[in-house]
Design a protein around this ligand. Structure first.
Ligand code: HMG
Ligand code: MG
Length: 353
């Protein structure tokens, strides 16, 4: 039986206004939470009905106007593995040639499972002549191109999701990072099933997660998103995992958290992450999402709920909750599914009332 760490429960998060006014730049920075919007990729990859390229592009264009600074726009995977991502090349080409208008720099991120995926992205960048770090006419509206690659914390999930062992997947990642670096492409790593595996159960070893995270950072990943793919994570086990990452010498600034909300624990676990000092969180508008190789797992924490929670703590995201709520309602309608964001529905209800 594992002994779980005790939680301090979030008393330190909200500093008095006077303290916040006196804050230094670094203190202010620590009040900022960066949201990585994964809706157009994680959100759509598991949808059963076919979604047109135009709808996906429309979704990304709408998201670009909300203030969010990183958008996962698709993945370069074989269509036979994930059919919904088949239009990623076309979307990428359009985003490079005519990036959506925005008041700030936006990073468009693409998931790549292997070197072939990155080569497909690089080919499009070469054909369009747009570098990874492109400054627009209005320098505030620059775009950058990023990739995400992924490993798993259990052998069974690694086999199901990437058709190889954990060790093979890490070997596969090395040349991807090397090629990305030659092209100035920022690299995000994912460690899937960090808090529970659909095949091996909830007790995933935190030190395995820490080892894989450290390996990705040592290879050159700029940030690693530790993912609760199944939503099995609980507050004590999230704390235990974060402590293991810290004990392995991994800095909070190198980490993001990615919670699926299957058991309704995503926001609870987000609070644990915030208290621990993590400031990058992945979420999906309307609570869309799921992994085709994680049966029974539901969507990511909704971006609207995440914004609402972070703002309620006196912290900021730079993302407009009302705009995000409208997108959540719109895309849920397009997909013919219920809007899974409580804060999104409440925000729209308040606006219409
Ligand atoms: P494989 O079948 O072992 O690949 O799949 P392969 O190298 O043997 O190639 C088989 C065929 O696919 C060949 O074509 C290749 O050319 C082609 P054929 O000769 O048969 O005509 N191929 C490709 N085509 C297009 N793009 C490519 C590519 N690579 C090979 N990139 C592979 C291995 C890694 C490709 C496969 O296992 C795969 O695509 N896995 C990804 C599955 C996936 O996308 N899962 C969901 C995303 S991860 C996720 O959701 C978790 C996350 O959200 C965090 C979390 O919540 O945990 C990130
Ligand atoms: Mg996911």
């Amino acid at each position: 039986m594992l002994t779980r760490p005790r939680l301090r429960f979030f008393t330190a998060l909200r500093s008095p206004i006077s303290t916040r006014r006196l804050a230094t730049e670094s203190r202010l920075a620590s009040d900022h939470v960066r949201i990585v919007e994964v809706g157009p990729r994680d959100g759509l990859q598991n949808e059963k009905q076919s979604i047109s390229m135009e709808t996906k592009l429309d979704m990304i264009q709408r998201l670009a106007k909300t203030g969010v600074t990183t958008i996962e726009a698709g993945s370069f995977v074989p269509a036979k593995w994930v059919p919904q991502m088949a239009s990623t090349s076309e979307i990428c080409q359009k985003l490079l040639v005519s990036p959506p208008s925005a008041q700030h720099t936006i990073a468009y991120n693409y998931l790549v499972p292997n070197i072939k995926g990155l080569e497909s992205l690089v080919k499009i960048m070469d054909e369009t002549g747009v570098p990874a770090d492109a400054t627009g006419v209005d320098s505030k509206a620059a775009t950058t191109t990023e990739i995400s690659l992924f490993a798993a914390a259990t052998e069974a999930f690694s086999k199901a999701n990437t058709n190889c062992t954990i060790a093979e997947s890490l070997e596969r990642i090395k040349p991807i990072v090397a090629l990305a670096k030659t092209r100035n492409i920022r690299v995000r790593g994912y460690v899937s099933v960090a808090l529970g595996c659909p095949y091996e159960g909830p007790e995933v070893n935190p030190s395995t997660v820490a080892d894989i995270t450290a390996s990705l950072l040592e290879m050159g990943a700029d940030e690693v998103s530790v993912a609760d793919t199944t939503g099995m994570g609980t507050a004590p086990r999230t704390m235990e995992l974060l402590q293991a990452l810290k004990a392995a010498g991994i800095a909070n600034t190198d980490l993001a958290l990615h919670f699926h909300d299957t058991y309704g624990q995503a926001l609870v676990n987000t609070l644990v992450g915030l208290e621990h000092g993590i400031r990058i969180f992945d979420s999906s508008v309307g609570g869309l999402g799921g992994c085709p190789y994680s049966k029974g797992a539901t969507g990511n924490v909704s971006t609207e709920d995440l914004i609402h929670t972070v703002h309620s703590l006196g912290m900021h995201t730079g993302v407009n909750l009302e705009e995000m709520s409208r997108i959540g309602s719109w895309i849920s309608g397009e997909l013919g599914r219920a809007n899974d964001s409580r804060a999104g529905k409440a925000t729209l209800g308040r606006l219409s009332g």
